[in-house]
Structure formats: C-alpha cells, structure tokens
Design a protein around this ligand. Structure first.
Ligand code: DQA
Length: 149
C-alpha cells in the first residue's frame, strides 16, 4: 500500500507562520511525524509540498497508478481551487483532506472546501495528529476495499 501525502502553499513555513494557529513545530518536524506514522503502520509513502497550484495538480495526477490513496492539505487552495478538485476526481483515488487548524471555526472564506468535495473524509483542528488519523483511516479503508474485491 502506498500513499501520497500532499501539502499546499505556506505549509513549508510552519513554525514561523502564525504559530498560535498552526503551532510552533516546523515543516521538517511534520515530515518526520508523517514518516514515523507511515513506518509504524507499514505503509509506503511519498511526501510532497508545493506553493504552486499547477504543480499540486501535476502531483495529484502523478498519483494515478503510483499510489493507492492520497492525504492532502491543500492549504489556501482548499477554498479556491476547482483545478485541485478536478484533479482529485480525475485520478479517482480515495483521498482524505487534512487541516491543522479547525477551518470550521475560522473566517467565512474558509468555510468552503473544493478539495473536500472529492474526499472521503476530512480531519481538521488536530494539528499533526490529523495526518496520523488520515493515514490510519486510509489504511483501513484500503484494506476493506481489498477484502471486498
Ligand atoms: C490550513 C487551513 C487553510 O485555511 C489555510 O489557508 C492554510 C492551512 C490548515 O492546515 O489549517 O494554509 O489548510
């Protein structure tokens, strides 16, 4: 089982960026956390981060035939990008949306998630732990799919 873990714009600035909202740990710490989670769960993984919408679309497209599922935090593009929504629909892989902060309790413009419309689950407001929950959810979802097919 292989997962693509995809992070959008400004997540590379974790630690520096609005620490009261996103925490004081940096992006390298997030990557180590994801790596540890995947190794413990015996899941193959690749982590990506881009600040560019088109590059995120390319990464999602490259998941086709190269990954079994996607964990994605599209960051600000969550609330604007039909291109990311369409890419997730195009590859048609089970995807889970993650947000470090609880977007449901923030500004009005964060209340819409385009990417979320193509995801089987959203995990929000749990910081790094949200990635762990998303990864473990996808693992059991994919295992169940395998039994059924
Ligand atoms: C975010 C929430 C988004 O609204 C914001 O634009 C981000 C990060 C989160 O992880 O909480 O960049 O996706």
């Amino acid at each position: 089982m292989k997962l693509f873990i995809i992070n959008g714009p400004n997540l590379n600035m974790l630690g520096l960026r609005e620490p009261d909202i996103y925490g004081r740990q940096d992006y390298a710490a997030l990557c180590s956390f994801i790596e540890r989670t995947c190794k413990e769960a015996e899941i193959e993984f690749q982590i990506f981060q881009s600040n560019h919408e088109g590059e995120l679309v390319d990464i999602i497209q490259s998941a086709y035939k190269n990954a079994d599922g996607i964990v994605i935090n599209p960051a600000a593009y969550t609330h604007t990008s039909v291109a990311i929504l369409d890419a997730l629909k195009a590859v048609n892989l089970p995807a889970v949306e993650v947000h470090l902060s609880d977007i449901s309790k923030r500004e009005d413009f964060r209340q819409i998630s385009y990417a979320g419309m193509a995801c089987i689950k959203t995990v929000k407001g749990l910081g790094f732990e949200g990635y762990r929950q998303a990864i473990l959810f996808l693992k059991s979802y994919l295992n169940k799919e395998k039994v059924q097919s």
